[in-house]
Design a protein around this ligand. Structure first.
Ligand code: ADP
Length: 216
């Protein structure tokens, strides 16, 4: 299957104009704005097909591959990805490391290790998940990467509730784009795969990235 370029992924501003995203009926989250609507995209599909600067993998702490999106990324990248990952000495939960992308159409892969959701300690899980997004964004900026696509970290076998995870993803990205550190980032794509995450982002995005007064 052909790869998808950033220009094919519609920004939130256009999704509002086309009626594919609707304003939330719930009150906006404090700090919500329309300032970044042209820099945020929502895409449903296989992250391995995206020709962005970096894709963010939902890896495990070994960084040696696994199931879900991690397995798909390693299969599509080819065996050299595992060889490079073997040199990295793993990665702590809440952190991330960057590698080459080999046979993938993107330039780099950022491997973020999300938390296994802990119902007894939701605040602890949240801190780890926030740190995954924040660290990945910092790594992207440090490596002069301008377009970055996130998988829905931890929402698969790691069991993070989709709505809560989408909120943390949007909140962390919005705050980063609001800060000086985010100035060079052009496009952030939230990639969804399963219906539950598609639905969660359609509800949560408008609470953080509100429509502008001209509807975009
Ligand atoms: P985790 O262990 O962090 O939960 P998973 O890989 O099980 O990681 O799931 C993370 C997210 O990736 C889930 O939302 C899942 O639906 C999604 N996913 C699985 N395969 C792909 C793919 N090829 N492209 C994009 N997202 C995917």
């Amino acid at each position: 299957m052909a790869s998808h370029s950033v220009s094919e992924m519609l920004p939130v501003s256009l999704l509002y104009k086309q009626g594919e995203l609707r304003p939330s009926r719930l009150p906006p989250i404090p700090g919500a704005s329309s300032a970044h609507n042209h820099r945020i995209s929502l895409h449903r599909g296989d992250i391995t097909k995206l020709s962005v600067d970096a894709i963010v993998n939902a890896a495990n702490s070994s960084l040696l591959g696994g199931g879900g999106v991690d397995g798909a990324i390693h299969r599509a990248a080819g065996p050299e990805l595992r060889q490079e990952c073997q040199t990295l000495g793993g990665c702590r939960t809440g952190s991330a490391k960057i590698t080459g992308a080999y046979q993938l159409p993107c330039k780099k892969v950022i491997h973020a290790v999300g938390p296994i959701y802990n119902q007894q300690d939701p605040a602890g899980s949240e801190a780890y998940l926030r740190s995954c997004y924040d660290t990945s964004l910092r790594i992207a900026v440090e490596n002069n990467l301008e377009t970055i696509a996130f998988s829905a970290i931890s929402t698969g076998v790691y069991g993070y509730p989709s709505m809560d995870a989408a909120h943390i993803a949007c909140d962390t990205v919005r705050k980063f784009l609001d800060s000086d550190a985010g100035a060079t980032l052009q496009t952030i794509v939230f990639v969804t795969f399963e219906r539950k995450d598609v639905d969660a982002y359609r509800i949560i995005i408008p609470r953080h990235f509100t429509p502008a007064t001209d509807g975009a």
